[in-house]
Write a protein that binds this ligand. Structure first.
Ligand code: SAH
Length: 239
């Protein structure tokens, strides 16, 4: 599933670029360059653009077109690819990978300007508690910039989209430390946090074994429910 909907609204493309407040010193990551509608507005305004695009054919075309520019290309799946160093991410995101990407971005303190499905913003900004909402509250400040009609794309998606801007929250909470280790086992993530707080490895291991059931210790953080994350937070945030 490649979620290929290319943005054809020139004015909207300009608004996306201006939301990123580009500087000559910026290093930009763009996920899913497609035919390069957005990419072409980014190069030359900044120091460097890194593109990660899964579709090899589209990427080869764009490489030819932008040969010699300040840009590098990775033909990979953005949920798996090694990210380069960047300070801003500007992307019309592939809609099916928005959530895994938000988890990945927890490890980078970058400014993000994203086009995402409108329904996804309801999850991020809504009242209903969820893991995604907890993730957002822990890591990001979100600005909802505008709603985007399907006619801004070709081919048109079935749903409304939205332009959002995320900035990284400055805090060092337990949840931040814990959730940014999203792909690790719960016990390993907790051990890292506890040893950073000055406990020895064996003290940390004992404490985790005493407080948590074995099954939950072995689970990857990404598979924990909201309730389980809240439970762990309560048990360990003041340890
Ligand atoms: N930025 C372009 C294209 C957006 S469409 C524009 O605004 O017009 C989304 C793009 O993401 C497509 O080119 C698609 O091939 C690419 N894509 C889809 N899944 C991807 C993934 N997992 N990793 C990287 N790119 C992906």
């Amino acid at each position: 599933m490649l979620d290929q909907h290319f943005m054809i609204d020139e004015e909207l493309l300009q608004r996306i670029v201006s939301a990123a407040d580009l500087k000559k010193t910026d290093t930009i990551l763009e996920i899913g360059s497609g035919t390069g509608n957005l990419t072409k507005l980014l190069v030359n305004k900044v120091k460097h653009v890194y593109v990660i695009e899964k579709d090899e054919k589209l990427l080869e075309e764009l490489k030819k077109e932008l040969k010699g520019e300040n840009i590098s290309f990775q033909n990979e799946d953005a949920t798996q690819a090694k990210f380069p160093e960047f300070n801003k991410c500007v992307s019309n995101l592939p809609y099916t990978i928005c959530e895994p990407l938000l988890w990945r971005f927890t490890r980078y303190k970058a400014l993000c300007v994203f086009v995402v499905p409108h329904k996804f913003t309801e999850k991020l900004l809504g009242e209903r508690p969820s893991r995604l909402k907890l993730l957002v509250d822990t890591f990001y400040n979100i600005e909802y910039l505008e709603t985007i009609h399907p006619s801004a794309f070709s081919p048109q998606p079935k749903v409304q989209s939205a332009l959002i801007k995320l900035t990284s929250k400055e805090n060092n909470s337990f949840l931040r430390e814990f959730l940014s280790q999203y792909d690790k086992k719960t016990k390993n993530a907790l051990e890292t946090i506890l040893t950073k707080q000055g406990k020895t490895k064996s003290e940390a291991k004992n404490m985790i074994a005493l407080k948590l059931r074995p099954k939950i210790q072995e689970q990857s953080i990404l598979t924990l429910s909201l309730k389980e994350i809240e439970y762990i937070h309560k048990l360990f945030s003041n340890s």
